[in-house]
Design a protein around this ligand. Structure first.
Ligand code: K7E
Ligand code: CUA
Length: 666
């Protein structure tokens, strides 16, 4: 754009300003006849040094007040342990959903109900206060996002959380009983029958201590299939099971779809089974785990595995159903495909026909053909077995092709035009290439070819295309989730934000266009999924007064106005309190030192957005009570004194008066 002459620049600007003016006059912002204060677009652009491309980008992302975004992006919150909800294309942060980490604004982790859910993720009874969220997965029906649930894994502790999108709140956290780290999660099967959770760093299979000298015998990898009960909105642990895997470091997973429905694909690295020990003169992991030219793509016949599980061919490890490696081999549940050097992402194309593997130390993406894999398994076209007896399919037999896309390919997404997009970490770019096969032909494209690239800033990990990993991608936008920001934002000290970059991919015949930089100052978000906003049908207020979001049903301790009371039984004091603009009832609560206090609070409002908070100083409580919601806190009144409690949401003009005294007398 810099090369445009001044005259041309002015012409383009004038054209754009005309378009913008017309657009604005058509909207409800036009009372002043368009641009405010008599300023014209051209002089603003000149003063701010904006190029025509900048103005186009602004016009494509600007969201006038009161208008809503077309898409919701659900992004992992990385170390924050939370999930971010972002409107697209405006890239406005709409919500941070409390998941693995307490979140005071939502009262997440302070009430009995929310604590209990968080405790589902305890490790050996120990409560954890953070997570490393990696891969959100929206629930699917027939391979298409249905807008009902979102799942996310905690890589640091091998946990999976279930978020109900009726109220955007976490309902369940399960701890994997076999591993302390996961990475190949969460992904869902096309009808959300199972949530996939693959491990990462192999662990002693017993769950106890085993020397690293016994790595090959005593350490194991795993993949767990959590059965999801859609009606209950919960994982059913009793109907879930895992597959024992060799102690390679399993990486990302993807579920098959359409033709490959019923299959699961899981990458691995460190098939060298390096155990590190740089301090003892061994090669460090980074070298030890990158020696071989090939690692193994795990091809898992999930449909068959479910039958083996249902036939009872499982053992119990830590009380959990596990199909042993031996059984997997004997029953033909597991096959390997050699995949180039330290792969990272595996992504199934929208038609389910091909698997795209990114080798992070290989400039190619490697594409395997699912039908070829299936026939190689049927015909036993093996090139050998690994140390654990798992048959290895012949590489050339199942390979479709390789495409050189650039340096450090990591993850691939798809659009509706027959394009694939691959993130290039080392190159700081996103490559666009055509998919071969019927899906692409249907969209007028042929063959497997690199088309173009766009630079991103910098070091991209995942990318997300609107609905770009389901059977029916939307395309239009791509978000590049960049690990480094370097020079993109003002200096906020040595810890820099991450950078989400919004890219317009809507023109199949033109270039991709960078539209917007969104700093993320909350952690290192990994993956995101983007869903059409109109697929989300969340509640405006809770269905009934006295609603318990933890159970998604009426709470027995929820009250209606007039039912407030305080009951003492021995040293137990139980309070049923209501909250409404702008008072609590009761406003005074007095107990004796040492009393056990159980305090139920119900927001009896029915008006949208009439949320009340409840802060009890000195006792580490804050609640968020959305219209209709009931929450309970419980504690011992162990210090005499006077504790003014108050509402932490500015709910009305007399919000500051929404307070009361909690007195503990000696
Ligand atoms: Cu590539 Cu954990 Cu999905 Cu990060 S992972 S980038
Ligand atoms: Cu209720 Cu402020």
């Amino acid at each position: 754009m810099k090369s445009l002459s001044w005259k041309k620049w002015i012409t383009v600007l004038a054209a754009i300003s005309t378009v913008l003016f017309l657009v604005m006059c058509g909207g409800n912002q036009s009372q002043n006849g368009g641009v405010a204060g008599g300023e014209d677009l051209q002089s603003i652009a000149e003063a701010r040094g904006l190029t025509p491309a900048d103005l186009v980008a602004a016009a494509k992302t600007y969201m006038p007040t009161g208008k809503h975004d077309d898409y919701f992006m659900f992004a992992s919150g990385g170390h924050s342990g939370q999930v971010l909800v972002i409107g697209m294309p405006s890239m406005r942060l709409l919500k941070v959903i409390g998941v693995f980490t307490p979140e005071p604004w939502q009262g997440w982790g302070y009430s009995n109900e929310t604590r209990e859910i968080m405790q589902g993720g305890n490790v050996d009874g120990k409560a954890l206060h953070w997570g490393d969220t990696h891969h959100p997965a929206l629930s699917e029906t027939d391979g298409d996002y249905d807008g009902q649930f979102c799942f996310i894994n905690d890589k640091a502790n091998a946990r999976i959380a279930v978020i109900d999108l009726r109220d955007f709140e976490t309902k369940q956290i399960v701890k994997n009983p076999l591993s302390l780290s996961d990475h190949g999660g969460s992904m869902v099967t096309p009808n959300t029958e199972y949530i996939i959770e693959g491990g990462q760093y192999a662990m002693p299979w017993s769950g106890k201590y085993a020397s690293l000298k016994d790595y090959k015998e005593k350490y194991r990898g795993m993949v767990t299939f959590w059965k999801f009960d859609r009606k209950k909105g919960r994982i059913d642990e009793s109907k879930s099971f895992a597959l024992e895997l060799p102690p390679y470091w399993q990486d990302l997973a993807d579920a098959g779809k359409l033709v490959s429905d019923g299959w699961v694909f899981l990458n691995s690295f460190n098939t060298e089974m390096s155990t590190g020990g740089v301090e003892e003169g061994n090669p460090p992991f980074e070298a030890g785990a990158s020696q071989r030219d090939m690692d193994y793509l795990h091809v898992i016949n999930l449909k068959k595995a479910v039958k083996v599980f249902e036939a009872g061919k499982v053992s119990k490890i830590n009380g959990f159903n596990v199909i042993s490696l031996k059984t997997s081999v004997a029953e033909g549940l597991l096959h390997f495909v050699p995949e180039p050097k330290s792969p990272h992402g595996v992504d199934v194309t929208p038609d389910g026909n091909f698997l795209v593997i990114s080798g992070k130390l290989d400039p190619h993406v490697t594409i395997f053909n699912f039908n070829k894999i299936k026939s190689a398994i049927e015909n036993k076209t093996f090139s050998g077995k690994d140390d654990y007896g798992v048959p290895i399919l012949d590489y050339d037999t199942v390979l479709e092709t390789q495409i050189e896309v650039g340096l450090g390919p990591l993850h691939t997404q798809f659009d509706q035009n027959g394009f694939a997009y691959t993130s290039l970490f080392l190159e700081s770019a996103v490559a666009r290439w055509t998919l071969g096969g019927d899906f692409t032909k249907k969209h007028g494209k042929e063959g497997w070819t690199l088309i173009d690239k766009i630079s991103v800033h910098y070091n991209v990990g995942h990318i997300a295309v609107a609905e770009g990993d389901n059977v029916n991608p939307d395309g239009k936008y791509l978000v590049s989730l960049n690990k480094w920001a370097v020079d993109r934002f003002g200096n906020v000290g040595p810890l820099l934000p991450q950078n989400f970059q919004l890219i317009d991919i809507s023109n199949p015949d033109g270039n991709m266009q960078l539209l917007y930089d969104m700093p993320i100052g909350i952690g290192e978000p990994h993956y995101a999924q983007i869903i059409k906003a109109d697929k989300i049908k969340s509640w405006e207020v809770y269905p009934e007064i006295g609603w318990n979001p933890g159970t998604q049903s009426k709470d027995p301790n929820g009250i209606r106005p007039g039912e407030e009371k305080v009951v003492r039984r021995g040293n137990k004091v139980e309070i049923w309190m209501s909250a409404v603009r702008s008072h609590y009832n009761p406003e005074r609560v007095e107990v004796r030192k040492g009393d056990h206090v159980i305090w139920h609070i119900t927001n009896v409002e029915r008006a949208k957005d009439a949320t009340h908070g409840f802060a009890l100083p000195g006792f580490d409580f804050n609640l968020s009570l959305e219209p209709g919601e009931t929450q309970t806190i419980e504690f011992v009144a162990d210090r005499e004194g006077v504790y003014p409690f108050y509402c932490t949401e500015f709910c009305s003009a007399l919000h500051l008066e929404m307070a009361g005294y909690f007195l503990i007398k000696p």
